[in-house]
Write a protein that binds this ligand. Structure first.
Ligand SMILES: C[S@@+](CC[C@H](N)C(=O)[O-])C[C@H]1O[C@@H](n2cnc3c(N)ncnc32)[C@H](O)[C@@H]1O
Length: 345
């Protein structure tokens, strides 16, 4: 940890913000390790103007106010109205005077405090919204979880460095937060975007299926989902214990094969793999779950072989790219090219 982030963590009392009257932790609070990593990437300096999306308990608002110091400001936007007075009261009793918490949809940002030197989000938008871009200074840093494919659960935490109003560097690390939602979420465990078929059982994790390739094929996603629920075969994962599913996932996002699909497999949680009209095959942490034609398992196996041939690149070999569109900056992952000096001719 840098001294600045370590000092802020030491100065702001986590329990003061997060603990509920009955001693439990507010559900809308984040892991401290993830917060610290993202604050390192954000690099808030004294005097900075900071936009925060997803106030939650107000703990990160307190950290940001500490990092920006008495000459900086923090504008924090939270979609759940009930959390606003709670966060405001705790910020006040913690002596924070430079942060403002407002109720709204973070997709709109907060023009009242613009231009911002830093933007940080603790909930996942599908693109970096154009409002945030309109509200940043010419030189700025944005750290946010964001979707990296039109695929449910495909996200990364990216750091976008903006120089002269244009993105000049994008790095990506694994991780994600809840998807940004315009109103309270009622079904937990079901992604909000890019789910092509779903089933929510009583008292169990949902089943869902996401496949850009089958999205426009009438009936195909629900057929695959029905088969996954009723007659899937599960076997041991083909990945060895030394091989990391997170790294393989990063490589899949970066190479983006057309048949790439994700699924929520109820109590097995989520899987990533391949789907065609004839079947689907998904890797979970320890299993291969498949339905339909063995050709789909062959496709997934071929991807694993290609990943091995490429030296099993993982998140450390991945960079982000941003592509402007009408909604903002779409983020995609790409394989980092080796430095010329490392190439063997
Ligand atoms: C992981 S929590 C934030 C935790 C917070 N950083 C803390 O320290 O307690 C994510 C927050 O984002 C909020 N959120 C979700 N969608 C949002 C949106 N569209 N606009 C603003 N906030 C949103 C959630 O209500 C939740 O409080």
């Amino acid at each position: 940890m840098t001294t600045a982030v370590a000092d802020a963590v030491a100065a702001v009392d986590y329990d003061h913000f997060v603990t509920e009257p009955d001693g439990s932790a507010l559900p809308q609070s984040s892991s401290v390790t993830s917060i610290q990593q993202m604050l390192e990437d954000l690099d808030v300096r004294p005097g900075h103007r900071v936009l925060e999306i997803g106030t939650g308990s107000g703990y990160t608002t307190g950290l940001l106010a500490n990092l920006a110091g008495p000459d900086g400001l923090v504008r924090s936007v939270e979609v759940l109205a009930d959390l606003i007075p709670r966060a405001q009261a705790r910020l006040q009793t913690a002596g924070v005077t430079t942060a403002t918490v407002t109720n709204g949809d973070g997709y709109a940002g907060d023009p009242a405090g613009a231009p911002y030197d830093r933007v940080v989000a603790w909930a996942t938008p599908h693109v970096i919204p154009s409002t945030w871009i309109d509200q940043i200074a010419q030189d700025a840093v944005i750290v946010a979880p964001v979707k990296v494919a039109r695929l449910a659960r495909a996200h990364a935490i990216v750091t976008v460095t903006v120089a002269g109003g244009r993105p000049s560097a994008v790095s990506a690390r694994p991780g994600g937060y809840i998807e940004m939602h315009p109103e309270p979420v009622t079904v937990f465990g079901l992604p909000l975007r890019y789910v092509d078929a779903s089933h929510v059982p009583d008292g169990a994790e949902p089943w869902w299926f996401s496949s850009p390739a089958l999205r426009e094929v009438p009936g195909a996603p629900s057929q695959i989902l029905d088969r996954l629920r009723s007659d899937h075969l599960a076997s041991a994962t083909p990945l060895t214990t030394a091989e990391d599913l997170d790294d393989f996932t990063a490589w899949l996002y970066a190479t983006a094969p057309a048949e790439l699909a994700t699924a929520g497999l109820s109590d097995r949680f989520s899987g990533i793999g391949a789907a065609t009209e004839h079947g689907a095959a998904f890797l979970t942490e320890d299993e291969l779950v498949a339905v339909g034609s063995p050709d789909v398992v062959r496709t997934l196996t071929l991807w694993i072989e290609r990943w091995r041939d490429a030296g099993q690149p993982g998140w450390s070999g991945i960079a982000g790219v941003v592509v402007p569109n009408s909604e903002g900056w779409r983020v995609r992952l790409t394989l980092q090219l080796p430095a010329i000096a490392d190439l063997k001719f």
